[in-house]
Design a protein around this ligand. Structure first.
Ligand code: FES
Length: 91
């Protein structure tokens, strides 16, 4: 089992419920690679979560804090998520 990061200031939760799982599995690795490339790997932990009960907007990814949910996540969403994470990490 992979250890949870306890020193990260932010967390990205990727829904792995039935409707989001397929897309988010692909996005998780892309997010991890992008975070590492941007030097944000120590600031943001990636976690998988159960259904967020927003299945119509599959695939869902949430950023905590502040609790922003990115619905219909895809490659374009990753750019927005990275921008938001970068801005929050700089605070
Ligand atoms: S399966 Fe992702 S919100 Fe329900």
């Amino acid at each position: 089992m992979k250890k949870a990061r306890l020193d990260a200031s932010h967390c990205l939760l990727l829904c792995m419920g039935e409707k989001c799982r397929k897309k988010n599995r692909k996005l998780k690795q892309e997010l991890a690679d992008a975070l590492a490339r941007e030097g944000l790997g120590d600031h943001v932990a990636l976690h998988e979560t159960a259904c967020m009960h927003r299945c119509d907007n599959k695939a869902n990814i949430a950023l905590y804090p502040p609790g922003t949910v990115y619905g219909k996540a895809g490659k374009k969403s990753l750019e927005k998520i990275l921008r938001d994470v970068t801005a929050r990490a700089a605070e």
